[in-house]
Ligand binder design. Sequence first.
Ligand code: C5P
Length: 239
Amino acid sequence: MDREQLLYEGKAKKIFRTDDPEVVRVKYKDDATAFNGEKKGSISGKGELNNRISAFIFEYLGKQGIPHHFVRFLSPKEQLVKHVTILPVEVVVRNRAAGSIVKRLGLQEGQSFPRPVVEFYYKNDDLGDPLINEDHVAFLDLASQEQIRGMRQMALKVNRLLTALMIEKGVDLIDFKLEFGVDQEGKLLLADEISPDTCRFWDHQTGQKLDKDRFRRDLGEVEHAYQEIWNRLGGEKHV
Ligand code: C5P
């Protein structure tokens, strides 16, 4: 039955049609990829933890006025979301230097930015998701001026809200990636997922990495890190 309903399969999730054309079912996978698919693996328990963490964060952001696609939790690995058209732009917000910006600009890992750095990437596997600016977004016709403004504003608001949520749990939000969708009425909604796959989380006291960098950089204890984030958010023990 799942096969007939499959709309799309990504690296970490499968999207299924439902009886209601306005909503789709998302199933989170344990599969993990990094470096544009060059590194592949599986993290046991990741699908369930990311489903729970993402649902929790979207509900929190929704209560604070961020319009989003999340509808409801369905089962340990599944959630229901609004059917949106995803804009082919990834929006990254950085509070401290880590990952690609360290290499690109020769920075020190962990260095704080005086104000958050917002970046746009063109979601295009063949091109390896290149970094682009707002003029590129416009001439490639990836989003309208109003959508670009909306994505930037919402990304900065999510940064403020998520930083505040995580610091209460003893976690520093280093950076994260967001995706946006447009619903049937043309409204811009925060979409995709927010989880340790898409954020860098460092323990405030020790600086320990509690995110996908443990997989990317073979640091070990990957599942433990995802579980730790869920525990800090008040979740139940998973294993
Ligand atoms: O790799 P980079 O340093 O540019 O990543 C910035 C942030 O965006 C990180 O939190 C990373 O997990 C996230 N990201 C993502 N999906 C991508 C690229 C980056 O979730 N395709």
